[in-house]
Design a protein around this ligand. Structure first.
Ligand code: GDP
Length: 484
């Protein structure tokens, strides 16, 4: 993971300037918005007496635009609620046995009809444990957590944290603990590979206490179950514990309402078009339902369950493959059923146009703060400027001086110059030409200021020419002082 100079300064509670000084000491000339790599972050943090730990990164990008909101989220009457299966994810460090465990549980639940055939893999499946059902998300645990949680979807009820007894707590173990704890999802620890001669289950428990997971047998409330996924040892014991915790959670849903759910996996299938695995979270999804998920919409044409059977309806906590989307939704998108096809299409199209605007807005702006970065990444070849000033003479003087700042990498161009305040038309031109607006002894009027903010146009005002030249040169060289 990486951080910008600005973000790192915030975290360390120091002035960005002093941080940039430190960086220069390390031979790194960074701008305020420059991304720093992990090694640099660690060194810097160390200088300030901090230690770097990985925490769940939550990129909530689309939330503000409401690209993935549930419209008409109906409140359920308590008397309509019925028990539903728990949704379980398996998380842990790479090679600690997630896939092996998920496969073992899955194979134990393959029906007779399917046993000889090809196993259906849809990214999630249901297992029967002594009459209780559990739904397992079969996608890499982290993905399930990060992308879905970033979109505000809580898909998991219980996490099985798998830790290899011969390896102990590793970085991704810690990451998984952080995710689960942040989401307030109960954790059951599976200490795996106890068949290995060098297995040290007690050491694993000791290490877990450092992260707030104290085993029951040591007086805490974390259930730890020793297993061997490879030798299929004590899997029943583990699953029994999971059903026990599930019972305590008293998970309920109302099967008798239009469905909502979350996209677990989705892809474009050559023969079948967009295919998405949906985890129904509430209500019942039926053939013919009008559905919308993120930017995609459609009608449920067919549904296939985890056993490869075609089904007509899918109730709460059921994973099901859905055919009928007009395009491929993204994992983590929220699915909902609306009245008719017109409604889902309108919602999806509305989201698409908002998304387009957002994309446009992001691509088109240039600012002095991240100029150097954009130059380095080859995103910018011309630095376009719009210059406004109080008198013709100063405008001309500035224009000449600024154009001389061109380098081999970047051509400095003045796309427009004039006398008078910075107005709406100047901002619109800046948007169209991806330019920065510079004012000499003039300011933007109210209207222009508002539009500049909305369109993210960088407007800079100066009283002296040399200061403007200095800033532009510094920005091009990545040495611009932050303006706070
Ligand atoms: P993942 O990366 O967490 O999905 O881990 P895998 O399930 O792919 O397992 C990684 C390796 O550990 C594979 O070679 C497995 O065969 C092996 N493995 C998994 N569980 C056990 C176990 O209980 N005992 C032993 N000895 N090996 C295991």
């Amino acid at each position: 993971s990486s951080l910008t100079v600005k973000k790192l300064a915030e975290k360390l509670e120091v002035e960005p300037n002093s941080l940039m000084q430190e960086l220069i000491g390390l031979g790194i000339m960074a701008t305020i918005n420059q991304e720093l790599d992990e090694d640099t972050i660690e060194v810097i943090a160390d200088e300030y007496g901090y230690e770097v730990t990985t925490e769940p990164e939550e990129e909530i990008k689309e939330e503000d635009l409401g690209l993935n909101e549930l419209v008409q989220d109906i409140e359920d009457n308590p008397e309509d609620l019925q028990d539903r299966p728990a949704v379980v994810t398996v998380m842990g460090h790479v090679d600690h046995g997630k896939t092996t465990l998920l496969d073992v549980i899955r194979k134990a639940n393959v029906t007779a009809s399917e046993a000889g055939g090809i196993t259906q893999h849809i990214g999630a499946y249901q297992a029967n444990i002594n009459g209780d059902k559990l739904t397992f998300l079969d996608t890499p645990g982290h993905e399930a957590f990060t992308s879905m949680r970033a979109r505000g979807a809580q898909a998991t009820d219980i996490t099985i944290l798998i830790v290899a007894a011969d390896d102990g707590v590793m970085p991704q173990t810690v990451e998984a603990i952080n995710h689960a704890q942040a989401a307030e999802v109960p954790i059951i620890v599976a200490i795996n590979k106890i068949d290995r001669h060098n297995a040290q289950p007690e050491r694993v428990k000791q290490e877990l206490t450092e992260y707030g997971l104290v085993p029951e047998e040591w007086g805490g409330d974390t259930i730890c179950v020793p297993i061997s996924a490879l030798k299929k040892e004590n899997i029943d014991g583990l699953l029994e514990m999971v059903t026990l915790v599930a019972e305590m959670e008293e998970l309920k849903a109302n099967p008798d309402r239009p469905a909502n759910g979350v996209i677990v996996e989705a892809e474009l299938d050559k023969g079948r078009g967009a295919v998405a695995t949906v985890l129904v979270q509430n209500g019942t999804l039926k053939i013919g339902d009008s559905i919308v998920a993120g930017l995609s919409h459609g009608r449920v044409r067919a549904m296939i369950d985890d056993q490869g059977e075609r089904i007509e309806e899918a109730g709460p906590s059921t994973p099901v493959e859905v055919l009928g989307f007009n395009s491929v939704p993204q994992a983590g998108d929220l699915l909902q059923v609306l009245e008719d096809e017109k409604e889902v299409r309108n919602l999806a199209e509305d989201r698409q146009s908002k998304k387009r605007q957002q994309d446009l807005g992001q691509k088109q702006t240039v600012s002095l703060d991240d100029l150097f970065e954009q130059i380095q990444q080859g995103e910018i070849k011309d630095l376009n400027l719009i210059i406004k000033g109080d008198v013709q003479g100063s405008v001309e003087a500035v224009k000449d001086a600024i154009v001389q700042q061109s380098t081999e990498e970047v051509q400095v161009k003045v796309v427009h110059s004039g006398v008078g305040a910075i107005r709406e038309a100047d901002i619109m031109l800046a948007t169209a030409s991806n330019a920065i607006v510079i004012g000499f002894n003039v300011r933007p009027d109210n209207n222009a200021r508002q539009i500049a903010e909305k369109e993210k146009v960088d407007v800079r005002t100066y009283r002296v020419i040399y200061k403007a030249i200095e800033d532009i040169r510094a920005a091009m060289e990545g040495l611009l002082d932050p303006d706070y």
